[in-house]
Design a protein around this ligand. Structure first.
Ligand code: TRP
Length: 337
């Protein structure tokens, strides 16, 4: 059955930029949770390639990562029959609605976005217009599908808030057009931090984070990175994100990989040194990621299959996106043809 014509279920939508490799954080904090929802929600997940070029990308890398990300979505359990998986630039309505919403997003609001401030500080030589208007495009990504929920990491909540403000403003001027979406931040594993700087979120790009674990990492690389993970000068495995960010991050990861609670983990490692703990966490992550890496490698060999997935996904997404864009174009006063 076509997901678009299935009985009305709540709609869920999210995207990830193919600007770096997907990490353990992407899996535990996002994709794994997405996969569980396929039966209860009408789900849309996309590769945000339009967003990726707000920071310079090597074309060949961007292309490879976009396809690899799709293969990884599937390997992580997103069934393309049950979820609409697509590449953002294939559905041109995103760029079109993004433009319209730019005209309803205020300079002041966009200037206050934390991500814009951070990225402009990091890319001082390339503070382009796209980086600034990134949230209006993200608002378009979301509002086109009239979703109920938008699962995102903590760092993207502000953009979803702005999306709601833009939608309310538009609805206020033109009458009910957009459903007002809610962000949805998963509790456990929402923030997997860097292994070398546990006060910062694990980043997708190697330049930014030598303490990341990517989904395609080989077991020996994973073990090496965990053995070098930053901890603290005590010797007690105890959850205390303020005083012990490194150990608490390792506990979060171990909890996510094994399903154990923090209390169980504390009990398991009472009286053990950190070395032992790091090895156990590394091993748990190796086993967590092994089937994903193997499945991804297998899927990547079948280019025709991947092409059929993204072609079908774009068709399904566009069917919905088109309806919303038509409505918007009519409301703002464009002559329809
Ligand atoms: N901005 C998100 C990120 O950097 C990616 C993204 C783009 C997104 N469009 C979206 C997430 C729409 C949720 C909904 O992670």
């Amino acid at each position: 059955m076509d997901v678009n014509t299935a009985a009305k279920k709540p709609v869920m939508l999210s995207g990830i930029k193919p600007s770096g490799e997907l990490t353990l954080g992407s899996y535990v904090g996002a994709i794994r949770n997405w996969a569980e929802r396929a039966d209860d929600y009408d789900c849309y997940y996309f590769m945000a390639d339009l967003h990726a070029i707000t920071v310079r990308q090597k074309p060949a890398d961007l292309r490879r990562r976009t396809i690899e990300q799709l293969a990884q979505y599937i390997a992580c359990g997103l069934d393309p029959e049950k979820n609409t998986l697509f590449i953002q630039s294939h559905v041109h309505e995103h760029a079109e609605l993004g433009w319209v919403l730019n005209c309803y997003a205020m300079f002041g609001e966009l200037s206050r976005m934390t991500q814009f401030k951070d990225k402009s500080a990091k890319n001082a030589e390339n503070i382009n217009g796209g980086l600034f208007t990134y949230p209006s495009l993200m608002a378009a990504d979301i509002l086109l599908y009239q979703p109920d929920y938008v699962p995102v990491g903590e760092d993207q909540k502000q953009h979803v808030e702005l999306t709601r403000d833009i939608a309310n403003r538009f609805n206020g001027v033109y009458g009910e057009t957009f459903k007002i979406p809610q962000s949805f931040v998963p509790k456990i594993g929402a923030r997997v931090m860097s292994l070398v700087d546990p006060t910062r979120k694990m980043s997708k790009s190697e330049d930014e984070d030598p303490g990341r674990i990517i989904l395609m990492d080989k077991p020996e690389d994973i073990m090496r990175r965990f053995k070098r993970a930053v901890t603290d000068s005590e010797a007690e495995v105890r959850y205390d994100p303020e005083k012990k960010p490194g150990i608490s991050n390792l506990m979060t990861i171990y909890a996510a990989a094994t399903g154990r609670s923090f209390a169980e983990i504390e009990a398991e490692f009472a009286g053990h040194g950190y070395g032992d703990f790091k090895t156990k966490v590394g091993e748990a992550v190796v086993e967590l990621l092994r089937p994903i890496r193997e499945k991804t490698e297998e899927i990547l060999k079948d280019k025709a299959y991947l092409e059929s997935v993204y072609t079908d996904g774009a068709r399904r997404a566009q069917y919905i996106a088109r309806k919303t864009l038509d409505k918007v174009y009519r409301k703002v006063g464009f002559v329809r043809h």
